[in-house]
Design a binder for this molecule. Sequence first.
Ligand SMILES: Nc1ncnc2c1ncn2[C@@H]1O[C@H](COP(=O)(O)OP(=O)(O)OP(=O)(O)O)[C@@H](O)[C@H]1O
Length: 299
Amino acid sequence: MTGSAIEANGLGMTYGRKRGWALRDCSFRLPAGRVCALVGPNGAGKSTLLSLAAGLLRPSEGSVRVLGTDPGEARTRIAYVSQDKPLYPQLTVTDTLWAGRELNPATWDREAADRIAGPLPQDAKVRTLSGGQRTRLALALALGKRPELMLLDEPMADLDPLARHQLMGVLMAEAAEHATTIVMSSHILTELEGSCDYLLLVDGGQVRLGGESDDIVAAHAVVTGQVRDLAPHTVVESRTTGRQLTALVRKEGPVDPAAWDVTEPSLEELLLAHLRSPQAPPLLTPSATGGPSRTGAAA
Ligand SMILES: Nc1ncnc2c1ncn2[C@@H]1O[C@H](COP(=O)(O)OP(=O)(O)OP(=O)(O)O)[C@@H](O)[C@H]1O
């Protein structure tokens, strides 16, 4: 088994008793070297999970280990880009990159940072940059640090489509070349489909899907037909048009091709079906549990 980038055990976080649980009873493992999409609706707990992994929050219950140790101890090996991208507004782009080098003298990779920060006006003060430009600078700092684990909270949200495409390309090349683990939260599901090989779906503070994207997709099927009984498969979502039933199912064995038209769902289709169906049981593939597959039925 490869090493773990993140290992959560019964992880829970509340920001105050009256506020309830932002994250509850989360147990999963993210193997090192993966590019992981962290998806879920607003308020699902994605930022909370990333902040816990970055060591900026302490768990209210359970534990999280990062790169085999406590998040605080792994801090120099982690780069975290939060949604609000905190940078010093009075520094210029050049000064900011210089500070990045000074803070990470042992690992600073100027070429990697320049590849991302290159298009920015180098003498401009951070406070004069647009939201997208600030994102670019924050990502340059993160990549220049040459981390083992990048935790990116909606990194592409305020980038234009061209910048998004280019920066995704740089991140993917980085992951491939240096085996950097990347966890990237996003609401843009189509963007994740071609880039991420691992998936964590968080909803209501719980991990509902976890594992290799391909395996999670392969565990499901879209079936269309006139038969009503889908047993033994688990129906995640279904709709009826006339006499025709279309359903997204989690397969329990082979689906009868004589009774159903069967296609593989796209990742986007799969995620949307789960987001619309909070009652669907969780699915974690063996690599996400460190053991046999965990489903709602077996958990
Ligand atoms: N600093 C905070 N103080 C109090 N409650 C918080 C704080 N940060 C988050 N929460 C609460 O924790 C829950 C999870 O929030 P979180 O920001 O982790 O969700 P998210 O999945 O990142 O959402 P989004 O997609 O909108 O960014 C929400 O109910 C939110 O209101």
